[in-house]
Design a binder for this molecule. Structure first.
Ligand SMILES: Cc1ncc(COP(=O)(O)O)c(C=O)c1O
Length: 385
């Protein structure tokens, strides 16, 4: 049987990983500034994470949500504490798209309304409603097309106000990434997020903070939306939550009432996934990784701003992007093939950095050196002293 060929792949086979490094089948070491697409939060194969999963595996890996699962409650408690959203409720699922799908459904159940407001350049996943709220017609199948989602320009307060003036009472939810990831590392301004909060309050709509990529400490706060000093009604999470073990979830404000059967999943919240997620939070808490991501990110951002050739350096914490001019169009490919550094991209010309929150200062310096080396090689210049 052949694999269904939907992924353009780099010709690298990774067979081992530790911290911020991975190794290929020939033992060649790579610096991972991509974190397998923002997934690696506490570092590859972190020993505490490995041990906790192994110990859980010896006991029970899975039983469905038809029985008591105390480790889910343990996870909810720890997540409340580490995120600072202690009075929220937790629903567990398996991926980012599922988290958004459930959040949007829940908002519609709660309000009895159909309209979703999403933004230009957003990415919310590939399930039916999540993809309908994603600004990329190429991945929206005909069956997913709907008039229920309206796309407004990102960070445009005037457009949002005007929209709410006429349609506010039809809006079930506004869904927004605190920092757009796939869209190219675009930060939602604090006043934009505050306006979303105000308009949702005035119109009894639900504010959904898609934190699948920008959440879980990556931005230097547990949720990047926290920079605006307002709470969302629902936070969606996945990626960094399991450090590579598939798990997603939504945090739900206390005023939203559950009803049996309203949401559900077979695998979501299974014992093994909860053990992985608990290990992640324990390490984040113990090693102060949210604050570390903030500081290390600031250092990386400032150093990048001083590098000649790259443009428009932006981001928060360890979610950073910069643009490459046409003359450096091969930079990302060369970093991987010539200097063994993984980075991410956003079309058309952005390089995205999404390393582990536990990346060391030395590894950041190593990256900066390699980046300058490759830029100089492309420009055929000497590395600046
Ligand atoms: C902001 C955001 N939301 C949702 C998703 C979808 O997550 P998943 O691929 O786990 O379904 C992604 C994935 O890149 C994302 O970046």
């Amino acid at each position: 049987m052949k694999l269904f060929d939907v992924y353009p792949v780099n010709d690298v086979t990774i067979t081992k990983a530790l911290g911020s490094y991975v190794w290929d089948e020939n033992g060649v070491q790579y610096l991972d500034m991509y974190g397998g697409h923002a997934v690696i939060s506490i570092g590859h194969t972190h020993p505490h994470w490995v041990r906790r999963i192994e110990e859980q595996l010896e006991k029970i890996a899975f039983y469905s949500n038809s029985v008591n699962i105390p480790i889910q409650k343990e996870l909810a408690e720890k997540l409340g504490k580490v995120s600072g959203k202690e009075d929220y409720q937790l629903f567990l699922c398996n991926s980012g798209a599922e988290a958004n799908e459930n959040a949007l459904k829940l908002a519609s159940f709660h309000t009895g309304r159909k309209k979703i407001v999403a933004f230009k350049k957003s990415f919310h996943g590939r399930t039916s409603l999540a993809v309908a709220a994603t600004d990329n017609p190429a991945i929206v199948a005909p069956v997913n097309e709907t008039d229920n989602v309206d796309f407004l320009p990102f960070n445009d307060e005037g457009a949002l106000k005007t929209y709410f003036q006429t349609k506010g009472k039809d809006v079930a939810a506004v869904i927004v990434e605190g920092i757009q990831g796939v869209g190219g590392i675009n930060i939602a301004t604090e006043s934009f997020l505050q306006l979303i909060r105000r308009l949702c309050d005035q119109n009894e709509a639900v504010f959904i903070a898609d934190s699948v990529q920008c959440g879980y400490g990556r931005s230097g706060k547990f949720f990047s939306h926290d920079y605006a000093g307002v709470n969302a009604d629902i936070y969606t999470m996945a990626k960094g939550m399991g450090n590579g073990f598939p798990i997603g979830g939504i945090l739900i404000a206390p005023y939203i009432q559950p009803k049996h059967g309203m949401l559900g999943t077979t695998f979501g919240g299974n014992q093994l996934a909860c053990a992985a997620a608990l290990a992640v939070l324990e390490v984040i808490e113990q090693d102060g990784l949210v604050e570390q991501a903030r500081q290390r990110g600031m250092y990386l951002l400032n150093r990048l701003k001083a590098i000649d050739g790259i443009e428009n350096v932006r981001g928060r914490g360890l979610m950073i992007g910069f643009d490459v001019p046409a003359e450096l169009k091969d930079l990302r490919k060369n970093l991987l093939n010539n200097l063994q550094v993984f980075t991410g991209e956003a079309k058309p010309n952005t390089i995205r950095l999404l390393p582990s929150l536990a990346i060391t200062r030395k590894q950041v310096d190593e990256f900066l050196e390699l980046l300058q080396e490759e830029i100089a090689a492309i420009k055929n210049e000497k590395v600046p002293e």
